[in-house]
Design a binder for this molecule. Structure first.
Ligand SMILES: NC(=O)c1ccc[n+]([C@@H]2O[C@H](COP(=O)([O-])OP(=O)(O)OC[C@H]3O[C@@H](n4cnc5c(N)ncnc54)[C@H](OP(=O)(O)O)[C@@H]3O)[C@@H](O)[C@H]2O)c1
Length: 245
């Protein structure tokens, strides 16, 4: 076991994009960050960039759709640190075919999207829960999207009403519902569970036309990872503002 006294944070899909910037900002805030990725080499490169700049980081292989990978990652964190303070479920995919309507999206797209954006989050979270319960102030951040907001999707006056990216949006709606259910289960514990909308961010997932930088997109996840003990649980935020479910 290591003798790290800092708070420990695991971030999924942290080799690039919003996840990498979340890891960087949490490390700057004094966390020891575990930069996970499905490609270990990419995670090692990302963690190396942090340690080269004097930050406390390590890399770990974690494919959120692979049960053996999840079990091995949890075992490694338990062996090295015996607890976990923050889990940021950041890994996500957007696989929809933009030239197809909701009813035309290939079933494979629905399955693959849900495997990562919902089932991956549920399995990773459940596997890390015993270690999060060892923390005096566990925080779970589910990186969602305003595109998963049912309120926005049914309101013709919403900016996001016409952004119908079916498998992606519905997977984030389900992720929001999972957030509410888990927060309810853990309501009498020290663990807070919240969903984050990062904003629209220049990454491989969204593309270069988005208004925010990855560093700006990481801010909501970092805020929710560092909530005080009297902070909210079971809510949906963007930059400190509650978002409609
Ligand atoms: N960008 C936006 O405007 C925006 C808006 C709202 C919400 N979000 C959400 O923000 C999160 C981060 O997205 P991003 O924009 O930073 O996209 P990104 O740059 O494409 O990063 C996505 C990350 O998820 C990882 N990932 C995908 N499948 C995985 C799996 N099975 N196991 C482990 N990691 C996996 C990717 O790994 P690889 O490098 O190996 O592919 C990558 O590290 C996502 O949940 C996304 O839905 C983004």
């Amino acid at each position: 076991m290591t003798n790290i006294t800092k708070k420990i944070a695991v971030i999924t899909g942290a080799n690039k994009g919003i996840g990498f910037e979340t890891a960087r900002q949490l490390a700057r805030e004094g966390f020891h960050v575990i930069v996970t990725g499905r490609n270990l080499q990419a995670a090692q490169q990302a963690a190396g960039e942090l340690t080269e700049n004097g930050l406390s980081a390590e890399a770990l292989s974690l494919d959120v759709t692979n049960e053996a990978s999840i079990v091995a990652a949890v075992a490694a964190v338990e062996r090295r640190h015996s607890r976990l303070d923050v889990l940021v479920n950041n890994a996500g995919v957007m696989l929809d075919a933009f030239d197809k309507t909701p009813s035309q999206q290939p079933h494979e797209v629905w399955h693959k999207t849900f495997d990562t954006n919902l089932f991956g989050v549920v399995e990773v979270t459940n596997a890390f829960l015993p270690l999060l319960k060892q923390s005096s102030a566990g925080r779970i951040v589910n990186v969602s999207s305003i595109l998963g907001s049912m309120a926005a999707n049914v309101d013709p006056s919403s900016t996001f009403y016409s952004f119908k990216i079916p498998a992606y949006n519905v997977s984030k709606t389900a992720l929001n519902a999972w957030t509410v259910h888990l927060a309810y289960e853990l309501r009498d514990t020290a663990i807070k569970v919240n969903a984050a909308h990062p904003g629209f961010v220049k990454t491989d997932l969204h593309g270069v036309d988005a208004p925010l930088s990855p560093a700006e997109g990481a801010r909501t996840s970092v805020q929710l990872a560092m909530l005080p003990d009297d902070g909210p649980t079971g809510s949906f935020f963007h930059e400190g503002t509650v978002q409609p479910w």
